[in-house]
Design a protein around this ligand. Structure first.
Ligand code: APR
Length: 243
């Protein structure tokens, strides 16, 4: 691994427009389960029932049970890990100019990253499908003790601030991510299976615009064949060697 680490270090030293692209594997070391790979959430919960907008509209209780029992307790106590702080370091050194994340836990911002693009929303913002009023995830957790699904004071059903399957990504975030992928000189994937589109198209867009593509992921990904460097190791191990 060290020869690839020194190659990445050299690439970082000559880059100043680096995009870090993070997935659930990045937050795994903060105790938040991944979706795929060993012990992934989607092996226990069928995403077409628990995380799909069409099913949510038919019966929101599945998602809200999943949120109450599986997601809220873990995200509530999660803290940024060494990997999050390593990206803040690289940003301070003027190396990282965008963090594009598929994660919905807000840990990059909590660690101090300033240019974070949240492709799949953020679970800390929950809003009414009827009047758009915003609720905190703590407030909704308390509502869930009394009623399922949780409702707004106007009676409308509350919807998570995260993008469910079957929903479009926030257009501004997607546009900013595309621009960042086209203008970066290095695109480093950290802890993503790269199987969910349109997010997974970004590494290829970067590569097609002459950026160096690095993939750090425990399991192989479908884009390994176009990457300049692939390291199948934990993100924190690799980032701590890099910083
Ligand atoms: N270090 C590096 N990689 C890791 C680590 C780690 N400590 N732990 C797990 N991984 C890898 C796994 O090998 C796996 O390939 O992280 C990857 C996580 O993949 P997914 O669980 O599919 O997460 P992600 O790629 O972010 O999923 C994309 O799918 O379900 C939707 O909206 C959800 O944003 C999510 C999207």
């Amino acid at each position: 691994m060290d020869e690839r680490i020194s190659k990445i270090k050299k690439l970082i030293s000559i880059s100043n427009q680096i995009v870090a692209f993070t997935g659930a594997g990045f937050s795994a070391e903060s105790g938040i389960s991944t979706f795929r790979g060993a012990g992934g959430l989607w092996s226990k919960y069928n995403p077409s029932i628990y995380a799909d907008i069409n099913y949510f509209i038919k019966d929101p209780s599945y998602y809200w049970n999943f949120f109450r029992d599986e997601r809220y307790p873990v995200i509530k106590k999660a803290k940024p890990n060494d990997g999050h702080y390593a990206l803040v370091e690289l940003e301070k050194l003027g190396k990282i100019y965008r963090v594009i994340t598929q994660n919905i836990d807000g840990l990059h911002q909590m660690a101090g990253s300033s240019e974070v693009i949240e492709l799949h929303g953020n679970t800390r913002k929950i809003f009414c499908m009827n009047c758009d009023k915003t609720y905190s995830m703590d407030r909704v957790y308390n509502l869930l003790k009394k009623e399922l699904p949780p409702r707004c004071s106007c009676g409308g059903i509350l919807k998570p601030g995260t993008v469910l399957f079957g929903e479009p990504l926030p257009q501004v975030a997607l546009d900013m991510a595309n621009i960042a992928a086209r203008n970066c000189d290095m695109f480093i994937v950290l802890g993503s299976s790269l199987v969910v589109y349109p997010a997974a198209a970004l590494p290829e867009i970067a590569k097609n615009n002459r950026a160096k593509l690095i993939i750090v992921n425990i399991d192989p990904t479908p884009l390994d064949n176009i990457a300049d460097i692939v390291i199948n190791e934990s993100v924190s191990k690799v980032l701590s060697e890099l910083i």
